[in-house]
Each structure stands twice: as structure tokens, then as C-alpha cells.
Design a protein around this ligand. Sequence first.
Ligand code: ACM
Length: 262
Amino acid sequence: MKIGFFQFAPSIGNVDHNRTRLVEALLQTDADLLVAPELSVSGYYFSSTAQARELAEPIPGPTTDALSEASAKSGCTIVTGIAELAGEQLFNSAVVIGPEGIIGTYRKIHLFNEEKLHFTPGSDGFFSFDLQGVKIGVLVCFDHMFPEAARSLALQGVQIICHPSNLVLPEYGQLTSRVRAFENRMFWVLTNRWGTETVGEKSLTFTGTSQVVNPRGRILIRAETAGDEISAVEVDPKESLDKHITEYNHLLNDRRPEFYFT
Ligand code: ACM
């Protein structure tokens, strides 16, 4: 299976432009699975909840329609971040779209910083789907700081994590994606955006450096800290199925949950 990232710098408020970039990436790639950044369609740093609401859209909606059409043409499944409008609520979501249309939506559970002003945290649990017989899970950005998130997906048999992100803290997600991949023996596609967004006196600079990591924590491909890049690598998802560390140690079966605090 060929898996990869589409790193770019979504333009805040420029929904048509951002959507077109996602469609173009889908039509261009020869990957089976492509991951785009968090909030790829709207941009990230909203000046108000009213602005976030204006840039959000329902699922299904114009973006999922456009991506379904592009996915049907390219044969590639895409996971992209989107501001989801669901009745009165806004969610920081990731939607999965394949050649047959929408596969599912994950609503970010762990909101970061000012996201808490605009979005409702997801309460539908963690999300996984099947692609070519491979189990694939989705996390959004700050979810990476909670080892329980990736572990919950690993315990469900997930082999590849798709991780749309808008990372601003230096090296955090690039480090944790390697550690989580290693500690759960999974592949991990971290797609981060790059560029800067400003609201009044405050600016956020995103750290790029998207990467695909293997179940041993090794980086297979990596983007620069700035600049658009679409890149994919052939992997064997079966590598994620062997959870033995030694003959007598198994990553998941050796757990002692009776001693873990929740
Ligand atoms: C983040 O969750 N966007 C850091």
C-alpha cells in the first residue's frame, strides 16, 4: 500500500482555493492513501467563532462532494481536516473520503488552546476504517499528546494512523509520532501544514516537517519545515501486526490494566 502526505499552507478564509488544492493533490498522487493537514479547507487561526462558523461546512457538503469526485477519478482515499458545522455545533473534524464517497468522520477529542473557544470536543470516540483489508485510524493534531488515543486505536487492531495536524510547538508532533508508532508498532502518517497566520497582535507559525514513520519508529519520508510537498512511500502494513518485542513479550498482551489509573 502506498501512503503519503500532502503538506501545504491553507489560506485562512479562502475556502475555494484550499478545496482546489486538495482536489489537485488527489488527482496528482499515485498513493492509495493521502493525508492532508488539520482544518485544510478553512485555515486555522480564526479571529472569532463567527468567522469559524462562516468557514465551516456540513458533512456531506461542498468539500466532501468535490473530494468524492476527485477520489473516484484518482482511486486514492484522502483523510483531510475540516471545520464541520453540525446544527449549532462546530467540530474540528477529519473526514475520510474514498472512490465510493464518504467513509467516515472523526471529531477531534483533545482540543488545543484557543480551539476551545470555537469548537465542541468530539464525543463519538476514536474512529477507524478499513482500506484494502488494512485497519486505519484517525487522530487530529493535539490528540498526539495523549498516548491513550493511539493506544486505544492499537487495541482495536489499527495498523496505520492518519494524523492531520496544524502543529505549532517545535518538534512535539514529529517526536510523538515516532514514539507512538514505536510503542504501538504502527505506521504513522503525520501531515502538518506550514506558514504563518495572524490575528491582531498574535501570530502562529506552523512547523511543517510532515513525515511517514514505520512501526520501528523510523522516518521513511519527511518534508521540509516550509514548502508544499506531496510525497508517498510503499509500505507493507503487515509489518504492524507483529507485536512481539521478545519471545516472551507482547506489546498489547503484556499490559496490566488493573494497575493503570484512568
Ligand atoms: C493542534 O492541535 N492544532 C496543535
